[in-house]
Design a protein around this ligand. Sequence first.
Ligand code: C2E
Ligand code: CA
Ligand code: CA
Length: 746
Amino acid sequence: MKQDQLQSLLDHQTQLIENIALENDLSANLRAIVQHIEDCLNDPLLHCSILLLRDGRLFHAAAPGLPPEYCDAINGVEISAHCGSCGTAAYLGKPVISSDIATDPIWTEYADLALNAGLQACWSHPIVSSGGQILGTFGTYYQTPKTPDSSHLEFLEHFSHLASIAIEKHQARSRQKTLVQQLTQAHEQLNSLIMLLPELLIVLDEQGRYVDIYGGDKTLLNANSGRMVGLSVRDIWPPGAAEKIMQFVQSTIESDTVKCFEHTLVSESGPRILENRTVVIKHYRTDDPEKKHVLWMVRDITEQKRAQKQIEQLAFYDPLTNLPNRRLLMNRTQKVIERATRDNRFGALIYIDLNDFKRINDSLGHYVGDELLISVSQRLQGSIREIDTIARIGGDEFVVLMEALGFNENEIASEAKQVSQRILESLESHFELSGGRYKIGASIGIALIDPNADDAIEVLKHADAAMYEAKRNRRDRICFHNALLQAALDRRIRIESEINDALDHMLFHAFFQPQIDLDGNLIAAEALIRWQHPERGLVTPSEFIPVAERMGVIHRIQQVVLNQACQTLKILELNKNLSPDFRIAINICPSQLRQMDLPDLLLKTLKSFSLSPERFILEITEGMLIENLDQTIELLNRLQLLGFKVSIDDFGTGYSSLSYLNQLPVNEIKIDRSFIETLNEEPSSQGIFDTVVSLSQYLHFDVIAEGVEEDNQLQIIRNKKVRGMQGYLFARPMSQASFVDYVAAA
Ligand code: C2E
Ligand code: CA
Ligand code: CA
C-alpha cells in the first residue's frame, strides 16, 4: 500500500472509530465502512456489502455498490450450509470464499440471481462479536470469477472486526436505551401507585429512624409528617406501641421475611386498628448499599374489623333476639361432643318449641310475634346456667346446650330435666305484649350428649324428635330421647296414671306388721301401704311412693293408710282386743313434714274415729330432719305435745349424728334392718347397736330393732335393752283382716 493510501486508510479509520464512539447512526457507520473499503481497494469490479443477522436471517444493512434489486432479493434470507457465501459464512461461523459463483455448489439456489446482477465471485466473512456471537456478514463481490489474495483476506477481516465494534456498540446502546425507558416507566408507575395508595409506607433504618415516608393516609403517622424524617419510632409512638413496632423491625431484619402485626392507635376519632407489614429493603441507599432498611406498610383496618364482626354477628347470631343461631349452636355442640368424648363427660341439648306461637303471630301480626320472641328469649336466658348456650334456631324454636354436666347419666338427665322445668315455669306467667296479655306453653325435648354421641346434627335431631314426642303425648311436656331414660319416663307416666286410677278404685290398702317386746307381747304395729294391682298383684311401696310424692298424690295415699289404721284400731276396740298401750305406726312422708298444719289434719281424721294421738307413732326418717331443722323441730314438738309418739325410722342409714339427737323431740328410734342383718357377722354392727342402745337409754328413747329375720339375731338382741322388735321372724306385714285375727290369737 502506498504511503498516501495508508494515510487515507488511517484517516478514515480514525473518523470511523470517532463516529462509532459518538454513537452515530448504525447504518451510516456501516455504509461508511463499506464505502471506505471500496475507496481503498479502488477496483471498479469490486463491491462490498454488510448484512446483519437477526433470528437466523440476514438483513440488508449497507451495500452502496450493489444493484438495489439484488439487495432486495436477498434481504431476509434464511442462513444455511448452502445459501450463497454470506448465508453459509453466517451459518458456519467462518469465512466462505466462492471464487466462481456459477460453479460453486453452495450458490446453486441463488447463482442466477447473482449472475443476473453481474456478480461472479463472492468472499464472505462472518462478523463476530467480542463474545463470539455471529452478528452478520461482511461480503465482497466481484464482477468476474476471482480468488482473493492473502492481503485481501487480511483487509476484509480487519474491516469485519471494525463492523463488529460498530454493531456491538449499537446493540449495547439500544439495550441501555430500552432499560432506561423501562426504568423510567416503572418509576412513573410506582409514583402514581404510591400516590393512590391508601396505605402509608415508611422506610426505617435499622435503628427505627424514619428515612422516607410515602403513601396516602398521613393520619396514620401519629405525628406531623413534615418533621418526622430523622426521628425514631421511639420518639413518635407511646412506649408500648414503640416497643412492639421495634420488636417487629428487629425480627424482620433477623429473619429477612415479611412480618405482619396489628396494633391500636388512639386517635381523636377513637381507637383505630392498624395492620402493619414489614419487609427488608436492601440497597435502599446507593451511598451505603450494605445498610439494611425496613419498609413498613401501615393500613387502617378498623372498618374492616367492624364489618368482619358484623358479618360474624349476621352469620352466627339471630338478628331479632341476638341469640346464637343454628350454625353457632351446631359449632358449639360439636365442641361439647368432642369434649364429652375426651373427658368422658355428659352434656345435654334441650329443644324448646312454643305451643301457641303461630296462633299469636298469625292473629296479631309479626310485630307482636317478634315482641313475644324477644321476651321469651329473655326469660329463657334467666332460666339457664351462665355457661350454657341458648340459641334460636327457627321461628319459635329455641335450643339450650348444657355443657360438661358430669359423669353420671342419671344425674345429667335430672339436671337437664330441672332446667327444662325451670324453663317451663319461666314461661308460665303472662306475657305483656302490645296486643295485650298472652299465655303460651312450650314442649321440650331433651337429648343427652354422651361420650359416644354422634355428631351435633344427630343430637339435635334426637332432641327434636323428643320434643315432638312431648308435643304428641301432651301429658308430660318434657320428653327424653335416650331410650332407657325414655322407658323409665314412660313407666313413671304409666304409674302416675295408674295411681290415680287406683286411688279412685280404692286399690290401696294398709298392711300391718306387728312389733313385739322381748317377752313376746304385741306392743305395736306398723302400717305399710300396699297396692292391689289388677295385673301385677301386690305392688310394694318403693315402686310407687316416690312417684306419688312427686305427683303430689301422696297425701291421698297417706289418708288411706291413716283411715285404715284408725279403722283397725276401732275394730280391735270393738273386739275388745285393744290393749291400753297398743299403738299403730304410720310412715310420714317428707312433704307432710313440710305442712305446718299436719297436726290439725291428723287430728281431724282421728276425731272422726274418736281416737286419740296416744294410739299412734309417727315414723320419720333422718333425711327429713336435714332441711328446715328448726321448723321441723317445732312441728314435732307440737305433735309430741298432742300425744303422738315420734320415731326415727331406718336409724343409722341417714346423715344424723348421735350428737344432735338430744335436741330432737323424739321418743323412739328404729335401728335399721341393715345393722340387724349383720349383727352376728360384723362386730362393728354390734358395737353400733350397743352404742345406740346405751345412748338411747341416756336420752330416754325407746329402741326398736327392725327386720329381725333369724333366731340368732333374736338371741343377740335379747340381751340388749331394746323395747321392741319387728321382722319376718315374728310376722310379715299382713292385711287388716289377717292382723285382726292375729291380735285375737295373741
Ligand atoms: P320402712 O318404713 O322401713 O318399712 C319397713 C319395711 O321393711 C317394709 O317394707 C317391711 O315389709 C320390711 N320388713 C319388715 N320386716 C322385715 C324383715 O324381717 N326382713 C325384710 N327383708 N324386710 C322386712 P315395705 O312394706 O316394702 O315398705 C318399704 C318402705 O316404703 C317403708 O320402709 C317405708 O319407708 C315406705 N312405706 C311403706 N308404707 C308407707 C306409707 O304408708 N307411707 C309412706 N310415706 N311410706 C310408706
Ligand atoms: Ca317405717
Ligand atoms: Ca324402717
